[in-house]
Ligand binder design. Sequence first.
Ligand code: ADP
Length: 391
Amino acid sequence: MSREQPSDGNANAPANRYGADAPESRFRALLEWAPDAVVIVDAAGRISIVNRQTERMFGYERRDLIGKPVEILLPERFHAAHVGHREQYSTAPRTRPMGAGLELFGKRKDGSEFPVEISLSPVMEGGERLVVSIIRDVTDRKEVEAQLHRAARALERQAAELAQSNAELEQFAYVASHDLQEPLRMVASYTQLLARRYRGKLGEDADEFIGYAVDGATRMQALINDLLTYARIGTQARDPEPTDTGAIVDLVISDLSAAIAEASATVTHGPLPTVEADPTQLGQLFQNLISNAVKFRGERPPVVEITAERAGEDWRFAVRDNGIGIAPEYLDRIFVIFRRLHGRTEYPGTGIGLAICKKIVERHGGRIWVESKPDEGSTFCFTLPARAARS
Ligand code: ADP
């Protein structure tokens, strides 16, 4: 707001009854102090009163404006239309913003233009109908809006490019892993044939080498299969449907019964809700988490518990185990594809399981994380939106 004192009006003494010779009234002081330009126009469209802010905003002296057609404050291209609008307004005057939805501009004395917002109100004064226009320079706001708009466009473009490159990468991973399967199957089956037919016949070294080849081919098959599963999450997803997570978990527990029995593990679950999800992917998610919970066990027999609780708009699931736990510095990294914390001989695996879990959860609009302490066990938590779900 201006810190200058209102002018006493006499300095620029316009020869008009609304100008400097009007008595110093509160109204006049208010007008002078207003942060917006106030221009009062008579029935003939001539300027009767302006305030200090009008002088500043438009670069005119007060005396240059009083008595002039109000169009002096507009760029020329709007003059003709404005006269028409003014006449129309005088037939049904009411307080309203001017030119709703239109970009309005003011013109300074030096000819430069700037964006404005204008509101109009009719007033009666001494039997004459006047129109009060309150004019705000919105240059700064428009600039901020334009910057926001540009930033939003840039973000949208980046998001679209990212989605595109993600889709291409996914497609590449899918095609590559799919097409690699066939030749790999051939390598695996022929090395296995070699192993069966020639074990003990070609010397110790040959047995050892063939053993490595078989092992390598088998591992590569596991990797390619997992990679294919990972790539398929995006490309072969089913539409979400109401999915009873309790039933899914029961199915997974029964599928894993051999591994569970072998580890003398106990796997239980509390009441689990129905959510909108792709049931196959939800099965993969629980399968990965439960089999990890059984696999990464310490000395104790594994005890695994699956629970769910409502957390605002989401269901928050937890798969808790009493296994080896994870050091704090690895808590984020384990969700990255191929990231493993142990050698293959210690704990078998490809390092894709949790990357698959993350992708599935995020596709469903949730997030996944782990809480853990080494040797005390881990709790893998994830959320799924509860909307449109029955529990
Ligand atoms: P994989 O099981 O094939 O190694 P994952 O992506 O499923 O691959 O897991 C990545 C790594 O995260 C594992 O190698 C292991 O180090 C760690 N991890 C996963 N689940 C658990 C768990 N329940 N307890 C301890 N560590 C785990």
